[in-house]
Design a protein around this ligand. Structure first.
Ligand SMILES: [Zn+2]
Length: 325
């Protein structure tokens, strides 16, 4: 009964939302609310927690240049041969579920029209939900399902971590950012992206150096999960945080870590993770080979490879935003 009422509420919300099919000028907040309603509806129908859909969907949004969804709300994109069934001679993206079942396709009907449409948000989510359900409902089941779907360790880890963030904050509105050191601290930085650097052979400088005193707090700039923590020959004591947009934030040359900070931990913008130092450029514990600074890097992942991009414009933006608050 309770589930039925929940479902009814969600469906009411959804039908009002769908009246105005996602217009170009729809605000970001509206989009997130509509997405959230779609995830919750699929959760009500399948008992798979919404945050797994949110995580898979966000992950796919980041790896596809173009997504299949007609409304543009959902990012999960299922290739038509997979959706329709590999031996299905019909390549149309909307087919009767009987046909799709016959060819053992991935496609499902989520909106109750008896057609599985690979561009329909509810059908896409329902197909993904049924796929996950075929493995079971526990976290471990979902993880195995995701592994079998993407066959890539980083994809599994990223999706499971994103799910953890969504579950923790119970919202999709996780786009706030802060500058990595407190705005009132003494610091300076300039754009050093692509500069050659002295240590470790021919590498370019993949990040921005923020010069500050030893011990100035280093804060997470985003919502995310601590993916890596430890020593690296170049970076010294460093920490890596992946955010919900699948961007990896790298904080290096730390003096030390904040107490109790550990891999797998969920963080929000402003959470202190460590302190500015001058560690690195040698074996474990090496320090003082250069003035203390925070090396801040950002990396993107397209589902196959990771590459760094210039964090400087973002730092400027977050700094300005912090100043006006
Ligand atoms: Zn640097």
């Amino acid at each position: 009964m309770k589930v039925f009422i929940q479902l009814l509420i969600v469906m009411c919300i959804l039908s009002t939302l769908q009246k105005n099919i996602v217009a170009e000028n729809e605000s970001n907040e509206d989009k997130l609310q509509m997405r959230y309603a779609l995830y919750k509806k699929t959760e009500a129908l399948t008992q798979i927690p919404w945050y797994y859909f949110a995580a898979i969907d966000q992950y796919e949004r980041n790896i596809h240049k173009e997504t299949a969804s007609k409304s543009g709300l959902i990012g999960i994109t299922i290739p038509s041969d997979k959706w329709n069934g590999r031996l299905n001679p019909n390549e149309s993206n909307r087919q009767h579920i009987g046909i799709i079942e016959l060819f053992n396709g991935f496609g499902k009907d989520g909106d109750g029209d008896n057609y599985a449409d690979s561009t329909n948000d509810e059908d896409i989510l329902h197909a993904m939900a049924e796929y996950l359900l075929s493995y079971g409902k526990t976290k471990q089941d979902v993880k195995i399902a995701i592994w079998n779907y993407y066959q890539r360790e980083l994809s599994v880890q990223t999706i499971m971590n994103m799910a953890k963030v969504y579950k923790t904050f119970e919202t999709l509105e996780l786009e706030d950012n802060v500058f990595p050191v407190p705005i009132h601290a003494n610091y300076s930085y300039r754009n050093t992206w692509g500069d050659p650097r002295g240590f470790g052979g021919r590498r370019i400088h993949e990040g921005t150096d923020i010069f500050a005193n030893y011990g100035v707090p280093v804060r997470s700039t985003t919502y995310g999960v601590i993916e890596m923590k430890g020593w690296n020959r170049y970076g010294g004591w460093r920490i890596g945080i992946r955010d919900t947009r699948n961007i990896y934030h790298y904080y290096a040359h730390l003096n030390g870590f904040e107490k109790n900070v550990k891999v797998g931990q969920v963080v929000k913008p402003g959470d202190i993770v460590g302190y500015v130092g001058a560690s690195g450029y040698g074996p474990k514990g090496t320090s003082g080979k250069f003035p203390p600074h925070l090396h801040y890097g950002m990396y993107r992942d397209n589902g196959n490879t990771e590459w760094s991009f210039d964090p400087y414009p973002y730092l400027r933006k977050w700094e300005r935003a912090s100043r006006t608050h």
